[in-house]
Write a protein that binds this ligand. Structure first.
Ligand code: DOR
Ligand code: ZN
Length: 353
């Protein structure tokens, strides 16, 4: 149980159920930010080339472990990237490995490093059948990619055209609709069976699409799925703070070097790993729902993935601090979410329960 006063909250160390940490020097720059905030994270497989095989995921897991500053007790929960060629045999190997906790579906062309993604969901039906049998979850980037569909409608159209038929064809398949951004997705998840759930990012809870355009173009507020209008943000806050176990924390923190964001064709992604729990605390505090934060951040995701409760705890205090303008990112810099601005909550330290 979390304890909280108006100015302090202590909770079970949370899990980030959707995280990009890259590899190489970039990984070394970001992973310790996450390990300070979270006990475990579901690691996205969209590297170049993507992580499609169990052995690759195991090597990547070792690289993550090696990049940790010290033994913070952090666990990287690995995933595989689905392609048109992922076979049912790979699903069996994933299940037997104990390392792989889910498979990620990127519709080809939907986002960063998704070119090798699935071009037509029907191409992987035998593989999905095998996933349904083994009980391994399918994680979905839920956006259609047709150029004639407006970018702000991609999630809703995906639900109507792809997700609904998929659920009819695989009624027992465990599904996470990742980083939901619309009231339509909230309603869809609420009305679906218990094994169909969603993650919600801090940035989609905190800002709406005006943030991309306020007084000029703001590349650090560009991510995918793109931010939506205020009424959608409000629906997400309501869902996240409602205490419904179908909605849980996944930051989708997606680091890109400053120059790759501040470019004529800027990359999609916001870097929230540095101050993630501070950001979520602010959302829950603003909603008068700090008592619901621990379940959203530390319980519901773990329960869905069949993981034990973490033993460590974290403590957050209501005290204002200023987020740095830049952080090192390999030989480059990265601009964290809220750079140069204040956070109203601060992560104090980890301590054992
Ligand atoms: O904004 C995003 N960035 N959305 C994604 O789906 C991928 C991610 C990335 O890997 O950069
Ligand atoms: Zn992502």
């Amino acid at each position: 149980m979390s304890t909280h006063t108006p100015n302090q909250i202590t909770l079970t160390k949370p899990d980030d159920m959707h995280l990009h940490v890259r590899n190489g020097e970039a990984l070394k720059s970001v992973i310790n930010h996450t390990a300070r905030q979270f006990a475990r994270a579901i690691i996205m497989p969209n590297l170049a080339p993507p992580i499609t095989q169990v052995q690759q995921a195991q090597a990547y897991q070792q690289e993550i472990l090696d990049a940790l500053d010290d033994d913070k007790g952090f666990t990287a929960l690995m995933t595989l990237y689905l392609t048109d060629n992922t076979s049912p045999r790979t699903i069996q190997q994933a299940k037997e490995s104990g390392t792989i906790h889910a498979l990620k579906l990127y519709p080809a062309g939907a986002t960063t490093n998704s070119d090798a993604g699935v071009s037509n969901i029907k191409n992987i039906y035998a593989t999905l059948e095998s996933m349904q049998e083994t009980g391994i979850p399918l994680l979905i980037h839920g956006e259609v990619t047709d150029p004639d569909i407006d970018i702000f409608d991609r999630e809703k159209i995906f639900i109507d055209r792809v997700l609904e038929p998929l659920i009819k064809d695989f009624p027992e398949l465990k599904i996470v609709l990742e980083h939901i951004t619309t009231r339509d997705a909230v309603s869809f998840i609420q009305e679906s069976p218990a094994h169909i759930v969603a993650t919600i990012t801090a940035h989609h809870l905190l800002i709406n699409r005006n943030a991309i355009f306020r007084g000029g173009i703001h590349p650090h507020h560009y991510c995918l799925p793109v931010l939506k209008r205020e009424s959608h943000r409000k629906a997400l806050v309501k869902a996240a703070t409602s205490g419904n176990p179908k909605f849980f924390l996944g930051t989708d923190s997606a680091p890109h070097a400053q120059h790759a964001k501040e470019s004529a064709c800027g990359c999609a992604g916001m870097y929230t790993a540095f101050n993630a729990m501070e950001l979520y605390s602010e959302v829950f505090d603003n909603a008068g729902a700090l008592d619901k934060l621990e379940d959203f951040a530390s319980t519901f995701g773990a329960t869905f993935y069949g993981l034990p409760k973490n033993q460590q705890q974290i403590r957050l205090s209501k005290q204002t601090w200023t987020v740095p303008e830049y952080l090192p990112y390999g030989s480059n810099m990265i601009v964290p979410f809220r750079a140069g601005q204040n956070c109203r909550w601060q992560l104090l330290h980890n301590h054992d329960s």
